[in-house]
Design a protein around this ligand. Structure first.
Ligand code: GLY
Ligand code: MN
Ligand code: MN
Length: 442
């Protein structure tokens, strides 16, 4: 394991903190039922700063003011041979210090007492207050333990910073190690979408297609899906977060699949929509090409200095015009945008930050004004995912009823503009139909 990126990030955070102590706990294990837990996933902030994979751990960073230099201190589970026989390897503090390159490592049992020592006479605490009540109670107890020693001259920190805001700003711009992992997550998910296009046929079930994704992800070294896959045939595509995935796929319907995987914590997030029988009908192609045109316009708007909102604005303009042309809406483009009538068929935003979390950390705005959207800069990663979802209605042309289309790619902002990380999943009608025809004719 290359510990250099984690070391660099801790140093960068220590510099941003000025003077004080940071406390970054990892996620707890969670019970699924009785004595079975959900698959364990570290907290994203903790992972970003340590790479340490075990539960019951917390990172403490102490700036140099009262030390001989800044320090990274990890608290983790002790080695325990009996537990390791049942549940697997534990690094223990000594192993963790060696493998993960922290300055000190101690048993998690020592955390409460040591935190009170470390907080004494420090001006500020950096912590995610409110995220987890159990950790909040421990941190408050440590603060109160320092306050109880005021007659001995000890002072507790008087300033509390939300550490998430500071680390979010770091996480918003990906480093080269993060980008490499995101490329792998993107490549694996693209291969899974190609596999789904080859496999899909009338009579298959949504869950059979889902199974292909789970296989392709795990087979290629992804640890988990980045979120529950959406495999939505026909009208189900108009349910934005459809995850039942239990219906048969019918001839003549579209299939919308939103599925991405996680590689060493980093997510991909891809949506493709294609015909179950391998050939788009006329109305399906009309809606599909409209969404693809909107996506092309949105991606063209991504470059350093543009705002986070620009791709959305570009996509909405194309979609609004298309909805008028297809007689889904009446009026002018400006009017349809002004009244937000387009939201009947396109009700979500065109993208979000992507990284350790599928809806990743980072501010979208720095104020309430129209021009207060985050500017794009090289290293930022975002999705571009316009859609059009047409539920039946007396005022809606019948040919479009129950057509739901979304096309989603993962895009990295570069100095020159942007790079699409998920190009290997076909999205032009001709390319999709060619791939599906290939698999049908051997
Ligand atoms: N798959 C979740 C999203 O597209 O935002
Ligand atoms: Mn997305
Ligand atoms: Mn998605």
């Amino acid at each position: 394991m290359d510990i250099a990126p984690f070391h660099r990030r801790r140093l960068s955070l220590l510099q941003r903190m000025g003077a004080g102590v940071a406390v970054v706990p990892t996620a707890p294990e969670r019970t699924r039922n009785r004595d079975t837990t959900y698959p364990y996933r570290a907290d994203s902030y903790f992972h970003y700063l340590t790479g340490f994979p075990e539960p019951e751990a917390v990172l403490v960073l102490v700036t140099s003011e009262l030390n001989d230099g800044p320090k990274s201190i990890l608290f983790c589970r002790d080695k325990d041979i009996d537990k390791e026989i049942w549940d697997g390897f534990r690094h223990g503090p000594d192993g963790a210090r060696e493998v993960f390159g922290v300055d000190e490592a101690h048993s998690i049992k020592e955390f409460d007492a040591k935190l009170a020592e470390l907080l004494a006479d420090q001006p500020s605490l950096w912590y995610s207050l409110g995220h987890d009540t159990a950790w909040d109670a421990r941190v408050v107890a440590a603060l109160n333990a320092v306050r109880a020693q005021s007659r001995a001259g000890k002072r507790a920190p008087t300033t509390l910073h939300d550490i998430r805001a500071t680390v979010d700003a770091m996480r918003l711009v990906k480093d080269t190690d993060e980008i490499a992992l995101m490329r792998r997550a993107a490549d694996i998910a693209c291969a899974a979408h190609r596999r789904a296009m080859r496999f899909t046929a009338p009579g298959r079930f949504e869950y059979e297609v889902e199974a292909g994704f789970l296989h392709e992800f795990r087979h290629n070294g992804s640890q988990y899906p980045a979120y529950p896959p959406i495999v939505a045939g026909g009208a189900n595509a108009c349910v934005l977060h459809y995850v039942d995935n239990n219906r048969p796929l019918n001839d003549g319907e579209l299939l919308l699949i939103d599925a991405g995987c996680e590689v060493d914590g980093y997510a991909s997030d891809i949506t493709r929509t294609f015909p179950v029988n391998g050939r788009f009908s006329g109305p399906q192609a009309d809606v599909y090409d409209l969404v693809l045109d909107a996506q092309t316009a949105a991606i063209a708007a991504i470059k350093p200095g543009a705002s986070f909102l620009d791709p959305h604005t570009a996509a909405v303009r194309v979609l609004a015009q298309g909805m008028i042309d297809l007689k889904l809406l009446e009026g002018s483009v400006d009017g349809v945008i002004e009244t937000a009538a387009y939201k009947r068929f396109y009700m979500h935003r065109t993208g979000h930050w992507l990284g350790l979390d599928v809806h990743d950390a980072g501010e979208y705005r720095h104020g309430p004004g129209d021009n207060d959207w985050q500017d794009l800069a090289p290293g930022m990663a975002l999705t571009v995912e316009p859609g059009c979802y047409i539920r039946p209605g007396d005022d809606v042309p019948k040919a479009f009823w129950n057509i739901g289309v979304r096309i989603e790619d993962d895009v990295l902002v570069t100095a020159a503009g942007c790079e699409i990380l998920t190009l290997d999943a076909p999205k032009k009608i001709a390319d999709i139909e060619a791939l599906m025809a290939e698999s049908r004719h051997g």
